[in-house]
Every structure is written in C-alpha cells, then in structure tokens.
Ligand binder design. Structure first.
Ligand code: HEC
Length: 163
C-alpha cells in the first residue's frame, strides 16, 4: 500500500507521464482518486466532541453571570424549594413525607462527588435516571432549555460554597 501510494504520487507529480501515454491516464485518475481519499481522511481529524451526535456540553457554552444565578435562584424557589427547602437544605414543606430526604445542597462532600452532567441529568430526567429516589421528579420541559438547567445547577453549586 505504501509503495503503491509512492508510485501514485510519483505519477501525479510528473504531469508529462500523465499526458504522454494512454496507460498513464487511468493511473492519473487513480492517483487523483487516491489523493481525494487521503484529503477526505485527513479532513476527518478525530473531533474531541462530536457536535452532531451529542449536544454541546453546557458549562462551556453558557457563561455563569450574576444574572444567570439570579434566574437559577428564582427557578429553584419555584420548582425545587417545596422539597429541597428555600435555602436548599433539604427541608422544604413537602420533604416531611419523603424518604430518602431531598438532597441538602450545602453538603460539600456531595458537591465534590457529583459531576455537572450528573446534576443536569437528575434535574431533567429525575432521580430514578441517576440511580436515586424516583421521588426526585423529572423536568422534561427543561430538556431543551439548557439555560435554565445551567442556571439551576450554578445556583446549586453556589449553595455548596456556604456549608
Ligand atoms: C417532590 C420533591 C422534589 C422536588 C420538587 C425536587 N426534588 Fe430534587 N430530590 C428530591 C429527593 C427526594 C431527592 C433525593 C433522592 C435520593 O437521595 O435518592 C432529590 C435529589 C436531588 C438531587 C441529587 C441527586 C443525587 O444524585 O444525589 C438533585 C441534584 C436535585 N434533587 C435537584 C433538584 C432540582 C434542581 C429541583 C428543582 C428543579 C428539584 N430537585 C426538585 C425531591 C425533589
């Protein structure tokens, strides 16, 4: 194969061969085809993140600003505080009957043990999807709302900074 490629490139580098005889023409075509293949392969450098297959990772795309954190807090108060508590300590009014109890987000051990992706999946797909209690509900309306998911996660992360 390597030798064939060398042959081919020699032929393609010497145009007089290509034009000189009828034997050279098919060779020239073959060389063109092969170099096209090579170009195609080279342009297919391994993508670090296959953009088409999976959605781009959230943290890089959406910047955490004070405004985003404010949004996160508002969303949290509406959607999460009834169970997780107004301050995210796992002691909201609806937590009384829950077992296990909603996560206390001030638990720094928990904070360091979970990835951003894990938190996102818990929020969007619910507790059962991440091997946790199915009482942690899913939020299917957020599946296509990356900004809200990131705002909630960023807010939860700030709670971890104040034990
Ligand atoms: C109906 C009550 C309820 C509501 C509402 C709720 N959660 Fe939960 N959540 C829970 C419970 C219960 C758990 C604990 C699951 C466990 O430990 O098995 C939990 C756990 C979690 C976890 C931790 C998962 C883990 O791997 O430890 C995250 C993150 C979370 N909730 C985020 C949220 C966010 C964000 C919202 C609002 C969008 C929300 N939850 C709304 C009940 C709730």
């Amino acid at each position: 194969m390597a030798r064939a490629l060398r042959e081919v490139s020699r032929v393609s580098l010497a145009p007089e061969h290509c034009m000189a005889s009828s034997i050279a023409r098919p060779l020239f075509l073959a060389a063109s085809f092969l170099s096209l293949l090579v170009v195609a392969c080279e342009s297919k450098a391994p993508p670090p993140a296959p953009a088409e297959a999976t959605p781009p990772p959230a943290p890089a795309a959406i910047e955490v600003t004070p405004a985003l954190l404010e949004k996160g807090e508002a969303e949290f108060t509406m959607r999460c505080a009834p169970c997780h508590g107004p301050d995210g300590r796992g002691d909201g009014p609806s937590s009384a009957t829950l077992d296990p109890k909603p996560r206390n987000f001030h638990d720094s051990e928990w904070q360091t043990s979970v990835s951003d992706e894990h938190i996102k999946n818990a929020i969007v797909y619910g507790g059962a999807a991440v091997g946790k209690s199915p009482q942690m509900p899913s939020n299917p309306d957020l599946a296509a709302d990356e900004t809200t998911v990131v705002s909630l996660r960023a807010y939860i992360r700030t709670l971890g900074e104040a034990p």
